[in-house]
Design a protein around this ligand. Structure first.
Ligand code: NAD
Length: 375
């Protein structure tokens, strides 16, 4: 199989879809890998590392795309990419289906198969291919480091000749994959950590990481939807959640918000009035910014200071730790490719339990998926 690795073109995207270590594994399995020049530079993998792993660094992009059986990228490539691929070849990347109409139409017209990495089913069998989880892990870690670096106070307790500094207090809202990693990271930095989530199952996981769980009365019983995700809350439940968060915020030094609902805008959990109750010098990191944010005052990619509280709205947190985020993304892709390759060739059936739900365009499937799974 001929695999092609694209250089990312989206602003601030430093990751690469395949890292040299994975390339070496694929080459050992008798696949050919061609990498666009500079594809790994943003993730600190020079072209020489790809050459050493057995890849070619392709000078002729058109030929590389025309020959490829699989074209790999982190973010959805430009439309011209699928239009230049051979019919029957497969394009694999994050796609952001809601805004990918033109891309999917171009792929379908060309007979190219499109697999969206964010649609890997969240089942035990597909766990090793789950980029949402691997990248959320990196995001949760980075959110805490960003916030700690902007906080006016230290997080660890320090006993020094210049006096004793009490430990900082960190509050993590939304304790899914990113949130639990944020809990663990804030604990490692020495903060006293608390967390909140609407899903009942999360309480034990939070406590097992040494953090306390903030209760919001009877919210949890009906807050969990299929697949372990949260559902949108009713008005009463939302009011209880806001009251529980509002009661907890004034003591906090660092707040990380990661709450999301699949296919819906992120729930609004910190109002402007609640921000004003935080101590000056505190920081909120809105790690749900890409789906609209959890804090009323956060702005995409910007830093807002209000009542002495710094509110960060970072976009694409995993790309800020590009090397390890790429290593994990690459392992997810390797696992998917190994699953799809039969007798040395890529076989993508729309009926496959893993590839089927990921297919946004497929010559054998007249009605490909176009939406993420419902909550
Ligand atoms: P996510 O990114 O969709 O949401 C993050 C968190 O926000 C979730 O824990 C959710 O409950 C929480 N949330 C939503 N609304 C909220 C609100 N109003 N207030 C507070 N918190 C709110 O979720 P995720 O982190 O991608 O994953 C969630 C769950 O999916 C996991 O905990 C797990 O059960 C399941 N999962 C399964 C697999 C697998 O089986 N392969 C992999 C990953 C995740």
């Amino acid at each position: 199989m001929r695999i092609c690795v694209l250089r990312e073109t989206a602003p601030h995207e430093h990751r690469v879809s395949l890292v040299p270590q994975t390339v070496a594994r694929l080459v050992a399995a008798k696949h050919q890998v061609a990498v666009e020049p500079g594809a790994g530079t943003g993730a600190s993998f020079p072209d020489a590392a790809y050459l050493a792993a057995g890849a070619t660094v392709a000078g002729d992009r058109t030929a590389m795309l025309a020959e490829a059986d699989a074209v790999l990228a982190v973010q959805r490539p430009r439309v011209e990419v699928v239009a230049s691929m051979r019919p029957g070849a497969v394009a694999i990347s994050l796609v952001q289906p809601a805004t990918a109409g033109e891309y999917i139409a171009a792929a379908a017209a060309r007979g190219v198969i499109v697999l969206a990495m964010e649609l890997v089913p969240r089942t035990t069998k597909a766990q090793t291919m789950d980029v949402l989880s691997s990248q959320a892990t990196v995001a949760g870690y980075q959110a805490v480091l960003l916030g700690a670096s902007r906080c006016a106070r230290l997080l660890p307790m320090l006993t020094t000749a210049a006096g004793t500094i009490p430990p900082g207090k960190a509050f993590i809202i939304g304790a899914g994959v990113a949130g639990l990693q944020a809990v663990a990271t804030a604990r490692r930095l020495g903060a006293v950590v608390s967390a909140f989530d609407v899903r009942a199952a999360v309480k034990e996981q939070v406590q097992s990481l040494g953090a306390s769980f903030v209760e919001a009365g009877e919210v949890s019983a009906s807050a969990e939807a299929a697949g372990g995700y949260a559902r949108e809350l009713g008005q009463d439940q939302q009011a209880r959640v806001l009251a529980a968060i509002a009661g907890h915020l004034p003591q906090m030094d660092l707040v990380i918000t990661t709450a999301q609902i699949p296919g819906k805008p992120a729930p609004r959990l910190i109002t402007a009035a609640m921000v004003a109750t935080l101590k000056p010098g505190s920081v909120i990191v809105d790690a749900a910014m890409e789906t609209g944010g959890n804090c009323e005052l956060s702005r995409p990619g910007e830093t807002v200071v209000e009542s002495g509280v710094t509110i960060l709205g970072p976009m694409n947190l995993p790309a800020q730790i590009a090397q390890h985020a790429s290593v994990m993304f690459s392992r997810n892709l390797q696992s998917l490719l190994e699953y799809l390759v039969k007798d040395g060739a890529l076989v993508v059936s729309p009926d496959d339990p893993i590839a089927g739900p990921m297919c946004l365009a497929h010559p054998q499937s007249p009605t490909p998926n176009s939406q993420p799974p419902a909550a």
